[in-house]
Design a binder for this molecule. Structure first.
Ligand code: FPP
Length: 272
């Protein structure tokens, strides 16, 4: 269910409930190895597989991956074609395994631009896994944060024209593409760039950001744990002051106090 950090302060969680990832650096990974750029994308699929397992192992409930942005059509035509074929191959190969592992797959984005075969695989994968709950995996494909906001605004206006001029956040949220998930609380971008690149513009409002130089094909569980350890150290104030957090009677909403008073930390979070 959608949760809004601007309306309700989320309860503290030592592990992110929702991890959003920009998988960057595939091309550079390949170039360093004198391989074609697309070899980096191919290797990137292996990283996706590892991360899905890493998230289920750590109790992360939602994982959202930026696979293809609405601006990625600007890439060379052969690279775009390769990526589309890679999505087809990945869906054909991975959906059965995802289903066995309790993963629910959803794709967000403007799918109308895709080949019928890809759309069909997406729909079949989504319906096969619709009953799964262990990990909600969302893949953003031909997705842009501005596209999402515009399609949501348009949907809202069409549904409730009489309310024009008085719409609220609560009215808009059901129309967002990812209306079923809590807001991401941790965002990771690999590949050294430090930007959001038109990803989940609405949902990242209070998300903790983590950037790593590691290229996506090299991203591993150790870096995931470093990111989670960093997340655990953040003072998530949601507009409040540090003093208010420290005075809070219930440290469930106070990550800093929770870390300071935790009797023992699990071994997988050595830096927390
Ligand atoms: C950015 O790296 C990566 C992409 C635009 C594609 C990401 C896609 C995958 C990892 C394929 C698998 C995904 C799924 C969910 C099946 P880049 O090419 O911009 O790298 P660079 O910045 O080094 O050039």
């Amino acid at each position: 269910m959608f949760s809004s950090s601007t309306r309700t302060i989320p309860a503290h969680s030592p592990v992110p409930r929702h991890l959003a990832v920009i998988m960057d650096g595939n091309g550079r990974w390949a170039k360093k190895r004198f391989l074609p750029r697309v070899a980096g994308h191919q290797q990137g699929v292996e990283t996706v597989r590892r991360l899905v397992k890493g998230c289920t192992d750590r109790g992360i409930g939602h994982l959202t991956l930026f696979a293809f942005s609405s601006e990625n059509w600007r890439r060379p035509a052969e690279e775009v074609k390769y990526l589309m074929n890679l999505f087809v191959a990945a869906l054909e190969r991975e959906v059965g395994r995802m289903h066995q592992n309790g993963v629910r797959l959803r794709i967000i984005g403007d799918l109308s631009a895709f080949e019928p075969r890809l759309i069909d695989l997406i729909r079949r994968g989504e319906s096969l896994t619709a009953g799964n709950e262990k990990l909600h995996l969302t893949v953003a494909a031909n997705y842009g944060g501005r596209w999402d906001l515009m399609q949501a605004f348009n949907g809202l206006v069409q549904a409730y024209p009489e309310k024009a001029g008085n719409y609220t956040e609560v009215d808009l949220e059901p129309f967002l593409a990812m209306n079923y998930a809590p807001e991401p609380d941790l965002f990771i971008r690999t590949g050294g760039e430090q930007r959001i690149s038109n990803f989940l513009l609405w949902q990242l409002a209070y998300c903790e950001l983590f950037f790593t130089e590691q290229c996506w094909p090299d991203f591993d569980e150790a870096t995931l744990d470093t990111a989670i350890a960093s997340f655990r150290k953040r003072e998530r104030r949601f507009g409040r002051t540090s003093e208010q957090l420290l005075a809070a009677p219930d440290n469930k909403t106070n990550p800093l106090a929770a870390v300071l008073t935790a009797p023992t930390l699990p071994a997988e979070f050595p830096d927390a």
